[in-house]
Design a protein around this ligand. Structure first.
Ligand SMILES: [Zn+2]
Length: 69
């Protein structure tokens, strides 16, 4: 009887609210490792682990180009 309030939220579909498909930065060891983890997690069906890796890639801050140690 009571219709739940519907907003614009789509059905649960594993969309990317956290940019889970963030592109790893080429040449970044951390991103490369995380990307590998993400792929492996996906292959193993571990969605949460894949999501975590994706979030970490998205959150991995990079110095602007030209900054070298
Ligand atoms: Zn990185």
């Amino acid at each position: 009887m009571t219709e739940p309030k519907r907003t614009m939220s789509p059905p649960v579909h594993l969309t990317d609210p956290y940019n889970l498909d963030a592109e790893p930065v080429p040449g970044c060891d951390v991103c490369t490792a995380l990307d590998k983890q993400r792929m492996e997690a996906r292959e193993q069906g571990r969605a949460a682990a894949a999501a975590t890796a994706g979030i970490e890639i998205a959150n991995h801050l990079h110095k602007k180009r030209g900054v070298k140690r």
